[in-house]
Design a protein around this ligand. Structure first.
Ligand code: CP
Ligand code: NVA
Length: 301
């Protein structure tokens, strides 16, 4: 049944595992220049209120691969830009489209769109969450031979949308998570509370980056200043930079991950970012294959 994906918590473990499995199939098919036209004849709108390179283009290209049409909507070119409500917009777009992909600020806006749409809505990033990124990253982890249910991920930097979605994903999948952030930059208390209630995994929030990475299989970082936070100070984040000195405190040889865009010299050094242990560009490619698996999961009747 067609369903929305507003939060990663909308999914159960088996559903995430199925998306990961299907993404592998779609990636193999793409390498053979084949793609099933599983969404043939569908139209999907992309409403992006923030910039995007990877998410938007991979969804647009993925929709084409699957036989569907992508319609990009710049909010300022639509009546939303002149104050038409999200609820009215949702009703109208539902009568033209088979699905809507939204990137916006407040999570409540994505929720409101989903609640008032009769077609599935996919969250392509809000201030609170980035569910499609984290599902894609779990695929990238599994592709490296790591069991996405049994590994330790250390997230360093800001307790932002990526960190929040990892907290929720850890509670669903069961992998161990250590989030190392400067005091006052912790992940969302609501998402932390929900994860604790599920009680499926070990989630630690610390301000000691060396302790977080010590026995990690994967070290993950993201920008210190997310979209919409321009002007925020970054000085407090400098001890959380992923650099060779920090990596020397690891017991294992962890994979380095970054959702991109990267700011070399801030959250990660150029040396680490451009080293073979960093799989950021593979992560970016995988957004295409996983995005297609998510589209099939959400849109197929
Ligand atoms: N990782 C990611 O979401 O990138 P974009 O902002 O370019 O879509
Ligand atoms: N935390 C970043 C992620 C970008 C993909 C942001 O929201 O800008």
């Amino acid at each position: 049944m067609a369903k929305s994906l507003v939060s990663i918590s909308d999914l159960e473990k088996n559903e995430i595992k199925e998306i990961i499995r299907r993404a592998g199939e779609l990636k193999d098919l793409k390498k053979r220049e084949e793609s099933p036209k599983s969404l043939k004849g569908m139209s999907v709108g992309l409403l992006f209120e923030k910039q995007s390179t990877r998410t938007r283009i991979s969804f647009e290209s993925g929709l084409f691969d699957l036989g569907a049409q992508a319609i990009y909507m710049n909010p300022s070119d639509t009546q939303i830009g002149r104050g038409e409500t999200i609820a009215d917009t949702a009703k109208i777009l539902s009568s033209y489209l088979d699905g809507i992909i939204i990137r916006t600020y407040g999570q409540e806006k994505a929720l409101e769109l989903a609640e008032n749409s009769t077609v599935p809505v996919i969250n392509a990033l809000t201030d609170l969450e980035h569910p499609t990124q984290i599902i894609s990253d779990l695929f990238s982890v599994s592709e490296q031979g790591i069991d996405p249910e049994k590994f330790k991920l250390a997230f360093l930097g800001d307790g932002n949308n990526i960190a929040n979605s990892f907290v929720a994903a850890s509670a669903i999948m069961g992998f161990e998570l250590s989030v190392a952030v400067p005091p006052g930059n912790e992940p969302s208390p609501t998402i932390m509370g929900e994860a604790k209630e599920l009680g499926n995994s070990e989630i630690e929030v610390t301000c000691d980056p060396a302790a977080a990475v010590r026995d990690a299989d994967v070290i993950y970082t993201d920008v210190w200043v997310s979209m919409g936070e321009e002007g925020k100070g970054t000085k407090v984040f400098s001890p959380f930079q992923v650099n060779e000195r920090l990596l020397s405190s690891c017991h294992r040889k962890p994979l380095i991950m970054h959702c991109l865009p990267a700011h070399r010299g801030e959250e990660i050094t150029a040396e680490v970012m451009d080293s073979p242990r960093c799989i950021a560009f593979t992560q970016a490619e995988n957004k295409l294959h996983v995005g297609k698996a998510i589209l099939e999961f959400c849109l197929q009747p």
